[in-house]
Ligand binder design. Structure first.
Ligand SMILES: NC(=O)c1ccc[n+]([C@@H]2O[C@H](COP(=O)([O-])OP(=O)(O)OC[C@H]3O[C@@H](n4cnc5c(N)ncnc54)[C@H](O)[C@@H]3O)[C@@H](O)[C@H]2O)c1
Length: 352
C-alpha cells in the first residue's frame, strides 16, 4: 500500500493506493457519525454487494451514470437528499464512482453546511490517476464544462485498483488520456509509458502508473492549490479537449487525447515544442486512441470547437485562447493565441 500526503493551506489530506485499503480504512471512516454515499447507476449495479458490506445502514443516492448528470439539477437533488437525511456538520460524504461522481459529490460536500468531510473512492482509471486528487469540484452549466465549482479538498482518497477489473476498455483508454497528459509533464512517467507500451492495460502496471501520477499531481497541487501558476500545467490538451468534449459528445478522457494531439501539433508548428519530442508524445497519444478507436471522430465540428474554446477557464480578458502545451521532455509552457490564429492553427493541425 502507498500513502501520499497532500498538504495545502486549507487542509492535510491522505491518499492511499492499494488493494486492501477499503477494508482497512472504511470501518474507521464510517464509524461514529452519520454518513451519506453518492454513486452512479453503473457502479451501484456492479458493486451492490460491496455497498451492502460497507454502507448497510447508510443513505445511498444513486445518480444516473454519465456527464449529463453533472448539472445544477443533480446537485440540487443531492443537497435535498442530504438535508432530508438530517446530516450534521460532523457527517461525512463518500463519493464512490468516476470523475462525474467525484466532482459533483465534492461540490455537494463543500456546500452542505458550508463544508462537511468528504472521502473520495474513485472507481475509474481517470478518477484514480487524476480527478479524485486535488480538490477541484464542479458542475457544468450552460454548455460550459466545470464552470461552477469550488476548491474543496477531500479528507481522504481511497484508491483501490481492483475496481478497474470491471472497467470497459474504452474507459481504460479515457484514463490513459490523463496519464499521457502526465507523461507530457513528467519525464519519468513519459519513459515508463514509452518503455512499456505492451503493458498499458495490465492491472499491476496501471497500479504503478496511478501512484506516479498521483505523486506528480499532489506535488503540483501543494505548490499551487488554486491554479494561479504551476497547476495550469495539468490542463495540457484541455483547452481544445474541453471544446471537443462539448461539440462531439466524446467522453472527457477521449477528448483530452484529441485535444493533446492537436495542441501538441500547434505547439510544434509554432516552434514552441521540440519536434522530435512532440512527435514522440503524439505517438503515445495515438497509441492510446488506438486502444478503442472512435469511428465517428472526423473533426467536422472544428469551427465550433474553436468557438467553444473561447469560454475556457484559462482565458483572461486579453481575448486570446490560452493553452498549456508540452515544450520538451518534462517541460511545458502557456501559449496565448488571438482567436483567429488559434482557429487557423487548429484547422492546420487537424489536416496533419
Ligand atoms: N476534478 C478534477 O480535477 C478532474 C480532473 C479530470 C477530469 N475531471 C472530470 O471527470 C469526469 C470524467 O471522469 P470519468 O472518466 O471517470 O467519467 P465517469 O464518472 O462518467 O465514469 C465513466 C463511466 O465508467 C463507469 N464506471 C465507473 N466506475 C466503474 C467501474 N469500476 N466498472 C465499470 N464501470 C465503471 C461510470 O458509470 C461511467 O459510465 C469529467 O466530468 C471531467 O470533467 C475532473
Amino acid at each position: 500500500m502507498e500513502t501520499i500526503v497532500l498538504k495545502t493551506p486549507s487542509m492535510e489530506g491522505k491518499i492511499y493506493v492499494g488493494k486492501d485499503i477499503l477494508e482497512k480504512r472504511l470501518p474507521v471512516l464510517t464509524a461514529g457519525q452519520q454518513n451519506f454515499v453518492l454513486t452512479d447507476s453503473n457502479v451501484y449495479r456492479l458493486y451492490k454487494e460491496w455497498f451492502v458490506r460497507y454502507f448497510q445502514d447508510t443513505e445511498i443516492f444513486v445518480l444516473e451514470a454519465g456527464e449529463a448528470s453533472k448539472t445544477f439539477q443533480s446537485l440540487y437533488e443531492i443537497l435535498s437528499k442530504m438535508t432530508g437525511a438530517g446530516l450534521h456538520r460532523t457527517s461525512r460524504l463518500f463519493a464512490v464512482g468516476g470523475g462525474v461522481i467525484g466532482d459533483i459529490g465534492g461540490l455537494a460536500a463543500a456546500l452542505y453546511m458550508r463544508g462537511i468531510s468528504c472521502v473520495q473512492i474513485p472507481t475509474t482509471l481517470l478518477s484514480q490517476v487524476d480527478s479524485s486528487v486535488g480538490g477541484k469540484t464542479a458542475v457544468d452549466l450552460g454548455g460550459v464544462k466545470n464552470i461552477v465549482g469550488a476548491f474543496y479538498q477531500p479528507c481522504e482518497v481511497l484508491v483501490d485498483p481492483s475496481f478497474l477489473k470491471t472497467l470497459p476498455r474504452r474507459e481504460i483508454k479515457c484514463g490513459l488520456g490523463e496519464i499521457v497528459k502526465y507523461a507530457a509533464l513528467n519525464g519519468e512517467i513519459f519513459d515508463l509509458l514509452s518503455n512499456n507500451t505492451e503493458k498499458w492495460t495490465e492491472l499491476a502496471f496501471l497500479e504503478a502508473l496511478i501512484v506516479s501520477c498521483i505523486r506528480h499531481k499532489a506535488g503540483v497541487v501543494e505548490a499551487d492549490e488554486k491554479e494561479s501558476g504551476e497547476r495550469k500545467s495539468l490542463n495540457v490538451g484541455h483547452t481544445t479537449g474541453h471544446a471537443i468534449e462539448l461539440t462531439s459528445g466524446l467522453s472527457h478522457g477521449e477528448s483530452v487525447l484529441y485535444g493533446m494531439r492537436l495542441e501538441t501539433k500547434i505547439a510544434m508548428d509554432l516552434g514552441v515544442c521540440e519536434k522530435s519530442y512532440g512527435e514522440a508524445l503524439v505517438s503515445l497519444v495515438d497509441r492510446a486512441i488506438a486502444l478503442e478507436p472512435c469511428s465517428d471522430m472526423d473533426f467536422k465540428n472544428i469551427e465550433q470547437d474553436a468557438e467553444k474554446a473561447r469560454s475556457d477557464k484559462k482565458n483572461t480578458d486579453d481575448g486570446k485562447i490560452h493553452m498549456a502545451v508540452a515544450k520538451a521532455k518534462g517541460e511545458w509552457t502557456m501559449l496565448a493565441l488571438p482567436f483567429t490564429e488559434y482557429q487557423d492553427a487548429l484547422k492546420n493541425a487537424v489536416k496533419k
